[in-house]
Design a binder for this molecule. Structure first.
Ligand code: NAD
Length: 469
């Protein structure tokens, strides 16, 4: 069993105390993660501040090359990183699991490397010249969750360094090891101090949010934590990008052919065992196709093998941690009391270690049931019958979250029109959650603010300066 260290200034920095990181499939210890103190955090921030001086004045091409080198490093170490993600996070190596996550990390890193934000000339005439520059902010603090530890780290770090900032990243205490390894690999191709990693307990995140020398926090995680960060960050006027929880609705129109949509419906909801911010978390189905969609979804779900992610046949793994499993169990039990009809799953038959819960479909629920109203973040999908489309749109919008949504129809024009009435940051037609590096992604309402990806995402890591000459 390996004992890991912090990565500060390109060096491994040992700590006096550690925390066990356990495999959610077996309960076995994957490794010992360092527990950083306030002093370690201060050291990491000072180091990143120092590195900013040289990094921020490199040319755009030099930083693009460095970002491409990061992508290549990940590619060269893809299988080792994937194995580590599976062992600490639980998702399978196969299917849309950890190898897929690494593939996404490489694709995002390459695309972000290829972006640029040249100076914009706003005016150039007899009255003078006006130019708009995008300047890096300084030290960026990245706080990540446990569901996609490497891909989300890339979403935070790459646009930050591409635009000339330096970074201190703090991963979730549940999945710190793959982030430490990622940052170690990055440091093989980046100047020391450009990307630093501190791991430990939640207080580090709060300390980063109030730290006077961190200029921006990019955060992905729960709504409650995002709100705490916003409060704590106010005093230092930090820039914030907050990607928080979602409770995405899908609306199935009467014209669908159920067998043509079930595969995309299933994976839209159950990607990473439902532990995906923009997963389909509530499904509204028109009464004329309701029973057919329910039956075909349940038939599809029966074919999916759940188990230890290290075994190549499994396509879904366990829930990542006990707290999340308890929440899933609580919501399903309440849904049964609310009159929900369990089509498949609904009770864990799993004996022994590991946080396994079966793929679960609960039909006949309504808004007002906790499983519909709250984010389950696990392998469960509530299905709601509707008869009137306007009512379905109103029910879909009747939620404080606003991350993603989807419309399922053969009429793409009508689908686009319904999409525009959904109150959320992204809407997909006949698929769900299919984010891509060249399209901005972010939430509305309590799902947060700011966007990631594409040039819009890069801009979030800069301040504007306008020069009049
Ligand atoms: P979480 O909010 O509990 O933890 C996220 C991170 O915040 C961790 O690194 C944690 O240590 C840190 N943290 C905890 N308390 C803090 C504080 N007071 N100040 C600063 N940082 C603190 O979330 P989680 O349980 O790791 O992740 C699950 C949640 O994340 C779900 O709600 C999910 O929807 C959301 N999520 C959103 C997106 C998105 O892009 N919108 C992506 C993935 C996950």
């Amino acid at each position: 069993m390996k004992t890991y260290s912090l990565i500060i200034g390109g060096m491994t920095v040992p700590t006096y105390t550690h925390m066990e990181v356990r495999n959610p499939a077996s309960g076995g210890i994957v490794g010992m993660a360092p527990k950083a103190t306030h002093e370690h955090l201060d050291l990491a921030v000072r180091t990143a501040e120092k590195a900013f001086e040289a990094w921020s004045i490199l040319s755009s091409e030099q930083r693009a090359d460095a970002c491409h080198a990061v992508a290549q490093k990940i590619e060269d170490n893809a299988e080792d990183l994937a194995q580590l993600i599976t062992r600490e996070q639980g998702k399978p190596l196969n299917g849309n699991g950890s190898r897929w996550e690494i593939g996404g990390a490489i694709a995002w890193a390459r695309h972000t490397a290829s972006l640029d934000m040249p100076i914009e000339v706003l005016q150039d005439n007899n009255d003078g010249k006006v130019e708009l520059l995008r300047k890096p902010l300084g030290v960026v603090g990245s706080i990540t969750p446990w569901n996609y530890p490497v891909m989300i780290a890339i979403w935070h770090i790459l646009p930050a360094i591409r635009t000339g900032n330096t970074v201190v990243i703090k991963p979730s205490p549940f999945t710190p090891l793959s982030t430490i390894r990622l940052v170690e690999l990055m440091n093989e191709v980046l100047p020391p101090g450009v990307v630093n990693c501190v791991t430990g307990e939640d207080f580090l995140g709060a300390a980063m949010s109030s730290h006077k020398s961190i200029r921006k926090i990019v955060f992905t995680g729960s709504c409650a934590t995002g709100q705490n960060i916003m409060k704590t960050a106010a005093r230092t006027m930090k820039r914030l990008t907050l990607e928080m929880g979602g409770n995405d609705a899908g609306i199935v129109l009467p014209d669908v052919i159920p067998e043509q949509i079930v595969e995309n419906l299933f994976w839209g909801a159950f990607l990473n065992g439902g532990q995906t911010c923009a997963a389909l978390k509530r499904l509204y189905v028109h009464e004329t196709v309701y029973e057919d969609v329910c039956t075909k979804l349940a038939d599809y779900a029966k074919r999916i093998q759940v188990g230890d992610g290290l075994l190549e046949d499994n396509l879904l793994g366990p829930v990542q941690n006990k707290k999340q499993l308890d929440k899933v169990v609580e919501l399903v039990e309440q849904a049964k009391r609310d009159g929900g009809r369990v089509l498949i799953g609904g009770k864990s038959e799993h004996k022994g270690p590991g946080y396994f819960y079966p793929v679960t479909l609960v039909a006949d629920l309504k808004n007002g049931s906790r499983l519909v109203d709250e984010e389950q973040f696990g392998p469960v999908l509530p299905i709601i019958k509707y008869s009137d489309l306007d009512e379905a749109i109103a029910l879909a919008n009747d939620n404080p979250n606003g991350l993603g949504g989807s419309v399922w129809t053969r009429d793409l024009k009508k689908g686009a029109e319904i999409a525009s009435r959904m109150e959320c940051g992204s809407v997909w037609i006949n698929k769900h959650g299919a984010i891509q590096p060249n399209a901005p992604f972010g939430g509305t309402n309590t799902s947060g603010f700011g966007v990631e990806f594409a040039t819009e995402g890069l801009k979030e890591f800069t301040d504007i300066q306008v020069i009049f000459s």
